[in-house]
Design a protein around this ligand. Structure first.
Ligand code: FES
Length: 107
């Protein structure tokens, strides 16, 4: 498998987001990654969906590794900011972060 720089997990479950907003976000994420040229090369991003991340509130929840940054209440607009600012430009969208697993620097 080709190496990748970041892994994005989208919760598509129905407990954190009763309307299952994560499903639409997961589809949108594919389009945004393609638009921002993040599907191949050194900044390649892998996306994944999960039925639950154990939070079960404040969704949809989106998590970015290796930074271990957890975003809550992700809308399509916020997802676009995450892709452009965090995944493409390396700047975490701080105001939407509710949890961090580690102190990894974003570069
Ligand atoms: S259903 Fe989304 S975190 Fe549990």
């Amino acid at each position: 498998m080709e190496p990748y720089r970041r892994h994005v997990l989208v919760c598509t479950g129905g407990f954190c987001s009763p309307e299952r907003g994560g499903r639409a976000l997961y589809s949108l994420l594919a389009k945004l990654l393609e638009r921002e040229d993040l599907l191949f090369g050194p900044d390649r991003v892998k996306r994944g969906e999960t039925p639950c991340l154990g939070v079960c509130a404040g969704g949809p929840i989106v998590v970015v590794y290796p930074e271990g940054v957890w975003y809550a209440h992700v809308t399509p607009t916020l997802l676009e900011r995450i892709v452009v600012e965090h995944l493409r430009d390396g700047r975490v969208v701080e105001e939407a972060v509710f949890h961090r697993l580690s102190d990894h620097d974003v570069t």
